[in-house]
Design a protein around this ligand. Sequence first.
Ligand SMILES: [Zn+2]
Length: 260
Amino acid sequence: MPSHGFDTLAHLDDPRLAARLPALLERARAAGITEWLLAGADPERWSEVERAGAATGGHVALGLHPRWAATMDSKTLDEALARLYARAPRVVGEIGLDARYATNAQERRAQRAAFRAQLAWARSQGRPVLVHAVRSTPEVLHLVRREGLPAAGGIWHGWSGDPSQAHEAVQLGFSLSFGPLLLTRSGRKVQASAEVVSPEHILLESSTPHPALPDGPAGLWRLAAVVADARGLTAPEILRLTHRNAMRLLLVGTRSDKMS
Ligand SMILES: [Zn+2]
């Protein structure tokens, strides 16, 4: 068993987990999964994400998720980012596009504006981004191709694209985080992506809480087994590789216990 694995997205702040959290963390650590990234979504819960990050010894990303993009104008968003960054350097996320919450022109505009503004912020701060894309893979690729990722790169969480999209995302500077989609029948193209993407750009996420991985971060082993199978490696090798990849991306001091 490796001494550590890295879960690049676990919503350990989710109130639905509260009662089970100590057991989930214990199980994760016993399974050698010792690092995780928590991410903000709803701005009203950012401080709870920070608290949960500190309480669980996790890394934290904060940003305006596309679902809530319409709740902040650009000035409020800029001020919020400045405030969050004054407290600690972080990953900017989750940011991106989500077609489920872009059902009219106004919502689409708000999502694109929030995504572009936060990409620009991350570039100016030299911070990596954590990108969320649901039914929006071509649109995110297009927007990032035009705007550019920060030099520190980006994590594309919950990768759902095919191998050619994976290739393009990596060329743009993304590392791809593979989650429970790997375990589904409809996840064939995701498995195919995991098979071909260059090894230094693979990450794994439990997407806790997720029904397919009720064990939380410890479920990374199941994902690692699928990727290992596709690539002719072992699950411990995949866990070591993805841990190293995540640490390289986050090296720039995002651990919440470094907050002043
Ligand atoms: Zn997401």
